[in-house]
Design a protein around this ligand. Structure first.
Ligand code: SF4
Length: 157
């Protein structure tokens, strides 16, 4: 079993790591803001991609919602679904597109049950993914809150 799979099967550990990272980046925010978000983004991207690829098979969507999805990356779903499974999950819990793969939403749900803090967030409705943020650092987007803003033309305004 790979180190990534092992860690993902211990979501409580990953939840703690997320809590620490969130706290750490929030504390660092004044410094990052002074240095410049764009500049920090350029410095962070490679490390973020590398570390999250190993553990989560991250696709660098730039709007990380791992803590709300059982520390399971929703972008690894062949349909990129961010709000639960499609109607095609097989009776054995596998994906309809890749039959030998377990549905990532089945995994997400099972793992969320072992996450005391963020596990219940799995029922939150996620906005559509903003492809304009693809490739950028999700941590920086969290600090600037661009990951929560709706792009022009999407909403009523
Ligand atoms: S949700 Fe986005 S940023 Fe987070 S692991 Fe998946 S692709 Fe990467």
């Amino acid at each position: 079993m790979s180190i990534g799979k092992w860690l993902q099967n211990h979501p409580r550990l990953l939840e703690r790591a997320y809590q620490f990272s969130h706290w750490f980046f929030k504390r660092l925010n004044p410094l990052i803001s002074r240095f410049g978000y764009q500049r920090t983004d350029r410095l962070m991207r490679t490390g973020e991609e590398w570390s999250k690829k190993i553990i989560f098979d991250c696709r660098m969507c730039g709007q990380c919602i791992l803590h709300s999805t059982g520390m399971t990356c929703p972008m690894t779903c062949p349909k990129n679904l961010r709000n639960g499974p499609c109607g095609g999950v097989r009776a054995n819990g596998c994906c309809e597109v890749i039959p030998e793969m377990k549905c990532i939403w089945v995994e997400a749900y099972e793992r969320s049950l072992d996450m005391p803090v963020f596990g219940p967030d799995i029922i939150h409705i996620q906005p559509p993914v903003n492809r304009q943020l693809e490739g950028s650092s999700a941590w920086i987007n969290m600090l600037t809150e661009v990951d929560k803003s709706v792009p022009r033309g999407w909403g009523n305004g």
